[in-house]
Design a protein around this ligand. Structure first.
Ligand code: KG4
Length: 350
């Protein structure tokens, strides 16, 4: 079964054709990073205007490089949340129109589920049966959360960030240090050769006695990155000069260490609390080399396999959306076609 996926939840305009859920026949992505760079972050209005301009060409590109056509695909899949309302609407309207025009089913997919599912979309990936129950760490520019995945479509949110996302913390740090956008890859590069222990930045939520729960979530499995960001801001303000050279390298290495420690510590705790066959990390921040090293070391320590997405599927893409849609079709759980986008969509059981 060939599914055309469409993804426009933030600033990537993406379309892909995936066969039987795992074989990526094409994965076309137009990254709008250059358009948003002058503003130091994603500007929703600019994002939606670029989706309007680029999406038709990106869909054509995805079909062409897969050697497929509108007629030959079996179904369409689209991200209907969470994300920026004005961005989601562009992909959603396009997918709905195509579905009606072609008379082919449309399957709505949760963006976070797409990220988490992408770990299965590579040749040497474990099967779902071998991987579940699995602990999932979702780390992107918009969200950071820990999810207990009982099986495909059966999820339990264990904890999430109570303020900034991990990617956002890196993006904001790069802005504070005048390094550009997006911050994650820039901080990683600038940190090379730096001392990760030069500055002790906070790991968030660790030194509080304000109770064990945040809403219904275990405080020890939730993240907080806003204090870390403020701590960097204060540190830099207290310097009487703009850091550069070795000093800048050390600051970036220490900051990256704090972000990746904060994530790894929670995964470690969750692995002690829940019995799982594997754990996974997905989303843009999962590209981070130091985070991958720490999680790999944790995997060895716990004797629990670590599953990572292929690099081409870590940042936003439509292949992961088509991949989840196939699972819904396979399990007969496509449900009703979504009537509208939902910018605050939560992970829900199928
Ligand atoms: O998953 P994604 O493409 O977008 C969202 O759904 O939010 O993730 C984008 C985020 C950005 O915050 C970016 O700075 C971060 O992923 N990122 C990285 C790296 N590459 C991208 N963070 C750390 N290290 C990287 N190498």
């Amino acid at each position: 079964m060939k599914i055309l996926g469409i993804e426009t939840s933030c600033d990537e305009t993406a379309a892909a054709v995936v066969e039987d859920g795992r074989t990526v026949l094409s994965n076309a992505v137009y990254s709008q990073i250059a358009k948003h760079r002058p503003y130091g972050g994603v500007v929703p209005e600019i994002a939606s205007r670029n989706h309007v301009a680029k999406l038709p060409g990106i869909i054509e590109e995805a079909l062409e490089s897969a050697g497929e056509s509108y007629e030959s695909i079996d179904a369409l899949a689209v991200t209907y949340g969470p994300g920026l309302a004005s961005s989601l609407l562009i992909g959603f309207s396009a997918a709905k129109t195509l579905s009606q025009r072609l008379g082919k089913p449309l399957i709505g997919v949760n963006h976070h589920e797409g990220h988490l599912h992408s770990i299965f979309m590579k040749e040497d990936a474990l099967t779902e049966d071998a991987a579940f129950p699995m602990l999932g760490l979702m780390v992107s520019g918009g969200d950071s959360s820990l999810v207990l995945m009982h099986k495909t479509g059966q999820y339990e949110l264990l904890g999430s960030t109570i303020d900034d996302a991990a990617g956002e913390a890196l993006d904001k740090a790069a802005a504070v240090l005048n390094l550009g956008y997006p911050g994650g890859p820039i901080i990683q590069k600038t940190a090379e050769g730096g001392d990760p222990n030069a500055v002790r930045f906070p790991r968030g939520l660790d030194q509080s006695d304000r109770g064990k729960w945040i809403y219904k979530y275990d405080r020890n499995l939730c993240f907080s990155f806003s204090g870390l960001k403020t701590s960097l801001l204060t540190f830099v303000k207290n310097l009487d000069h703009a850091p550069e050279g070795d000093e800048l390298r050390d600051i970036c290495a220490s900051y990256q260490e704090a972000v990746t420690d904060a994530l790894t510590i929670r995964v470690d705790r969750a692995l002690d609390l829940f019995s799982v066959k594997s754990f996974a990390c997905a989303g843009g921040v999962s590209l981070n080399r130091i985070l991958r090293e720490k999680l790999t070391a944790l995997s060895a320590k716990k004797g629990t396999p670590l599953l990572l997405s292929p690099p081409s599927l870590c940042t936003d893409n439509a292949a992961m959306i088509a991949g989840v849609a196939y699972e819904k079709v396979r399990l007969g759980l496509t449900g009703e076609e979504p009537g509208d986008v939902n910018p605050n969509l939560r992970l829900a059981n199928w």
